[in-house]
Write a protein that binds this ligand. Structure first.
Ligand code: HEC
Length: 229
C-alpha cells in the first residue's frame, strides 16, 4: 500500500491500543492458570459429556469443525473458529465450553491467524466490536504491516471440540480427495505454502463444487500440511 496509507493504518493501531489503555493484558501468565484452577474446583460434568470427554477444563482441545464463537452460552455469534484450531478450555457450563484462542491479527483485519505474516485463519470475527479480545505485543512484518498478538475468548458448544486433531485432518483429507481428484491426480498439500493455498484453491473449489464448511476444512487441512518455505 502507499506510504501515507501505511502510516495511517499504523496510527490507527496505536490509537486503538491506547484506548484499550491500562487494561491491555496478556492472558498467558500465572493469573490465567490460577483462575482456571478455581473454575475447575466448582465444575460438574454431566455424564453424557464426560463420555465424549473432549472439553476437560485446563486442557487443550481442538475445534472439530467450523464452530460458532459466542460471547455467552447461547448468545450472539461473534465469529467462527476454524477446524483444527487449538483452544484452551477454561470452563464448561452444561453443553457449552468457555475457550480462548491465541494468535495474531494484522491492522484492520478481522482474522486471527496462527503466526505473523501467515494466512492460516484460526478465528474469523464476524462481529469484531462485540468479541472479547485482549491484545499483547506488536510487531511489524517485512512489508511494514503492524501485527498484534491477540487472545480471543468466548463460548463454543462442548460437543464441537475434540482432543484428537488427527481426526480433523483425516476428515479434511477425505473431503479433499473426494472433490479434488476427479479431473487430475491429487496435488500434494506440500506442493504449495500456507500462503499460496488460498489463491490456488479458490478457483478450483468453484470447479469442484467445494464450498462453505467443506471449503474451510480443506483449506485448513492443506495449509496445515503445506510446505514451510
Ligand atoms: C472440473 C475439473 C477439476 C476439478 C474438479 C479440480 N481441478 Fe484442479 N485443475 C483442473 C485443470 C483443468 C487444471 C489445469 C490448470 C487450469 O486450467 O487452471 C487444474 C490445475 C490445478 C492445480 C495447478 C494450478 C497451477 O497453477 O498450476 C492445482 C493445485 C489444482 N488444480 C488443485 C485442485 C484442487 C485443490 C481441487 C479441489 C478443490 C481441484 N483442483 C479440482 C481441473 C480441475
Amino acid at each position: 500500500m502507499p506510504r501515507v496509507m501505511r502510516l495511517m493504518v499504523f496510527v490507527a493501531v496505536v490509537v486503538a491500543a491506547s484506548f484499550a489503555g491500562a487494561g491491555l493484558t496478556w492472558s498467558g501468565g500465572a493469573g490465567a492458570v490460577a483462575s482456571a484452577t478455581a473454575v475447575q474446583a466448582g465444575i460438574t460434568i454431566v455424564p453424557r459429556l464426560a463420555a465424549a470427554a473432549p472439553a476437560a477444563v485446563g486442557k487443550g482441545a481442538y475445534a472439530a469443525s467450523s464452530t460458532p464463537l459466542r460471547n455467552n452460552p447461547g448468545g450472539a455469534v461473534v465469529g467462527t473458529v476454524t477446524p483444527g484450531t487449538p483452544l484452551s478450555v477454561t470452563e464448561t457450563r452444561g453443553s457449552d465450553a468457555h475457550v480462548s484462542v491465541q494468535g495474531w491479527s494484522s491492522a484492520g483485519s478481522n482474522a486471527i491467524v496462527a503466526a505473523v505474516g501467515q494466512r492460516v485463519v484460526l478465528v474469523s470475527l464476524t462481529a469484531p466490536d462485540q468479541a472479547q479480545r485482549q491484545t499483547g505485543a506488536q510487531t511489524k512484518d517485512t512489508y511494514g504491516t503492524v501485527w498484534t498478538q491477540v487472545t480471543v475468548t468466548g463460548w463454543v458448544a462442548a460437543g464441537a471440540l475434540t482432543a484428537d486433531v488427527q481426526t480433523v485432518w483425516a476428515h479434511g483429507r477425505e473431503v479433499y480427495e473426494s472433490h479434488c481428484s476427479t479431473c487430475h491426480s491429487l496435488y500434494a498439500p506440500d506442493q504449495y505454502t500456507a500462503n499460496q493455498w488460498p489463491g490456488t484453491l479458490q478457483p478450483m473449489a468453484d470447479r469442484a463444487g467445494l464450498s462453505g464448511d467443506d471449503l474451510v476444512l480443506v483449506l485448513k487441512y492443506l495449509q496445515t500440511h503445506a510446505k514451510t518455505q
